[in-house]
Design a protein around this ligand. Structure first.
Ligand code: ADE
Length: 231
C-alpha cells in the first residue's frame, strides 16, 4: 500500500512517520508513505499555491492547477507507463473537507484493500471546489468541527488504515481475538498492575475483580458488556 500526501506543510509529517510502528512498517516494506510539497507543483517564481476567492470574502483559497499537476503526476508516474501491469492498481484520491463523509472504521477497512491512496490536504479558507468536483474520488471529514487543514485528518486516516494492513502491527495475531464475527473490533477497558492503586490516603482505585478471577468465559462476557464494537 502506498500513501501519497499532498500538503503545503510537509514538515508536519516528518517526525510522525520517522518514529513508531509506522516507521517499522515502512522499513519492512508493507507500506510506503511519500509526502509531497504542493509548492513543488507550481509554475511561478513565488511558488504560489493560493489566491483570492472569486465573489469576494476573506481568506485565501488553494488553487486548482498545482493540485491538478500533483495528482496527475502521482497517478501516472513514468515508471507506470513503462510497466503497464501497474496500471491496474486500485487507487483512490481523497480530499479532506468538513463537508465530506464522516470517517469511520468501515471506511478504513475498505480503503485498506487499495494499492494506493492519494491524500489532498487543504489549508487556508478552502480549496477550489473543482478539486472536490473533478479531481477526487472521495471527500472525507474527520468530524463535525473545523480544523485548520487536512494534515491531521491525513495522519489519522493513515494510522487507522495502516494498522489494518497485514504485517503493520507486529502482534496482529494478538488482536485477532478482538475481531467480532461481523468483522467489527471490540474495544474494551484494559488494566495492568498494580491491582490496587492508592491515589491518596484511603482512596483506592481497584482493578475489577472479574479480571483477576481467571474465569475466561466470565471475562469474555464482561468485556463484551463493557466494550464498544467498532464496525
Ligand atoms: N479540514 C478542516 N476541517 C476538517 C475536518 N473536520 N475534516 C476533514 N478535513 C478538514
Amino acid at each position: 500500500m502506498k500513501f501519497d500526501i499532498i500538503t503545503i506543510f510537509p514538515e508536519i509529517f516528518d517526525f510522525y512517520f520517522k518514529h513508531s510502528i509506522i516507521k517499522k512498517a515502512q522499513e519492512k516494506g508493507v507500506i510506503k508513505i511519500q509526502v509531497h510539497n504542493l509548492r513543488d507543483f507550481t509554475g511561478d517564481r513565488h511558488k504560489t499555491v493560493d489566491d483570492k476567492p472569486f465573489g469576494g470574502g476573506r481568506g485565501m483559497v488553494l488553487k486548482l492547477e498545482p493540485i491538478f499537476k500533483a495528482v496527475s503526476s502521482l497517478k501516472n508516474p513514468k515508471s507506470q507507463i513503462l510497466n503497464p501491469k501497474k496500471l491496474k492498481k486500485k487507487m483512490k484520491v481523497i480530499l479532506f473537507t468538513p463537508r465530506g463523509k464522516k470517517f469511520n472504521q468501515k471506511m478504513a477497512t475498505r480503503l485498506a484493500k487499495l494499492d494506493q491512496i492519494i491524500l489532498i490536504s487543504g489549508r487556508y479558507e478552502g480549496v477550489d471546489e473543482r478539486v472536490a468536483k473533478h479531481l477526487c474520488d472521495e471527500k472525507i471529514s474527520m468530524g463535525d468541527y473545523v480544523l485548520m487543514g487536512g494534515d491531521l485528518p491525513a495522519l489519522t486516516l493513515i494510522e487507522t488504515v495502516a494498522r489494518l494492513i497485514p504485517g503493520v502491527i507486529g502482534k496482529s495475531e494478538l488482536l485477532k481475538e478482538r475481531i467480532t464475527k461481523q468483522k467489527g473490533f471490540i474495544e474494551y477497558p484494559q488494566y495492568t498492575r498494580p491491582e490496587v492503586f492508592e491515589s491518596k490516603p484511603k482512596v483506592k482505585w481497584r482493578v475489577p475483580k472479574i479480571l483477576l478471577s481467571g474465569n475466561h468465559k466470565k471475562i469474555e462476557e464482561w468485556r463484551k458488556k463493557q466494550g464498544k464494537i467498532i464496525e
